[in-house]
Design a protein around this ligand. Structure first.
Ligand SMILES: Cc1ncc(COP(=O)(O)O)c(C=O)c1O
Length: 112
């Protein structure tokens, strides 16, 4: 898949890796975009590492998927990360390829 060992992290479960990643990534006041409804660990890990949680809506009437334009409008100069949980817990939503590619393109924008 074009991934080298230097790009792979191994931990005792995802919780540990979320904390390590956010500890390295965040300065106080930095913002992290998290899907809502959320898996509460993510909000807690952001708060514990001095970040600010910004929930992006994934409403049931949209099959629990985010609206890409609304998501883009939430990006600020303080945004540091876009959390994508796919398949999603707790909603069970699976985003289609087009949406995932749009989310990745958003995360790759140089303005962040
Ligand atoms: C979205 C999400 N994030 C984090 C975790 C935590 O993963 P772990 O139990 O491997 O620490 C889970 C576990 O179900 C999860 O569903």
């Amino acid at each position: 898949m074009g991934i080298t060992a230097e790009e792979v992290f191994i931990g005792n479960g995802v919780s540990e890796l979320i904390d390590l990643s956010l500890r390295a990534l965040l300065n106080p006041g930095d913002e992290v975009l998290i899907p809502s409804p959320d898996y509460p660990l993510w909000s807690a890990a952001v708060a514990l590492n001095g970040g600010v949680v910004r929930h992006y809506p994934c409403p049931p009437e949209k099959s629990f998927a985010p609206d890409i334009a609304a998501l883009e409008a939430m990006v600020t100069p303080r945004t540091r990360a876009l959390v994508i949980i796919n398949p999603n817990n707790p909603t069970g939503a699976v985003y289609d390829r087009e949406l995932l590619e749009q989310m990745v393109a958003l995360a790759e924008q140089p303005t962040w």
